[in-house]
Ligand binder design. Sequence first.
Ligand code: ASP
Ligand code: MG
Length: 318
Amino acid sequence: MGELIKEEKEILERAVAKIKNKKIKDILFVQQSVLKAVDEFMYKRRITRVLPLMMSPITDTLNHSVEECELNYSNQKFNVMKSMIFHKQLTMLNPDIDSLYIVSPNIRLELATRGDSRHLFEFTQVDFEFKEATMEDVLKFIEEIITYIFEFVRENCIEELTRLEVGTDHLILTGPFKKYSTEELQEKYGDDFEAEASKAALEPFFLTNHKREFYDAEDLDNLGTYRNYDLIWPLGFGEGLSGGEREFTLDRILLRMRELATDENAFRYYIELAKQGEIFKTAGAGFGVERITRFITQQSEVSDVTLFCRKPGEKYIF
Ligand code: ASP
Ligand code: MG
């Protein structure tokens, strides 16, 4: 084995400095508090906790391109889990389960161009889904759980937030979250509306109506618009949660798949279940744990809340 060259030594130094970051212990305690608050909140409501999977023959089709990563096991193809969206729907096959959540590690091999302050190619999300729920039900749920988390953090992380010099004012929520549609904000702010509106906002807000994955439901009373939503963190921190009502009938699923040129063969068993009426009307969402931690601790980069580099377009050694 040869000695490390200068450039390699620098990479190692940077990796070690990240682990030794003086702020990280406090940041991780805040993150731990977020997850404890989530568990408490879900537990009180008896929402079933399902453990995550890390690979599956089907996974989230996503709304943007990532590098694909197929694995072979026992002569079968698996993909790394991009999100548990289909497994959330499949869990609902159990007639006794009508609400669930998963603290779910996801891998999305983002292109190097996503080396911005918000993306990690490996991250964790709190993913939840409710049978028979509407968009309005889920928006209310999101408001309640975020309020619970912020209150929990304000009560339990005062020392940490003081040491991090960020205080708790940004965690005070004064009323129901505002709700805007993408068209509305686009008109006001132009093409970069999400980032601009996030910069202008002082409290989290909902952004509805995104044309994206086939499983997010189109509004049948208003075709061309969608009953889905994001939660946008204020102060420029950007998108932190995505979700929607789901398509669940065979004809709608096939129509949306065809619109988006989805590989129907890969989804043959899912489609068969839709044919049998076994994909149910549900709605849900998922929020990124590192992103909420970044917002609460007001870090400039999402990777500032991690110990190991998973920012797209960098060199990874551990
Ligand atoms: N979990 C999200 C949802 O429920 C999808 C995603 O992971 O972006 O729609
Ligand atoms: Mg999203």
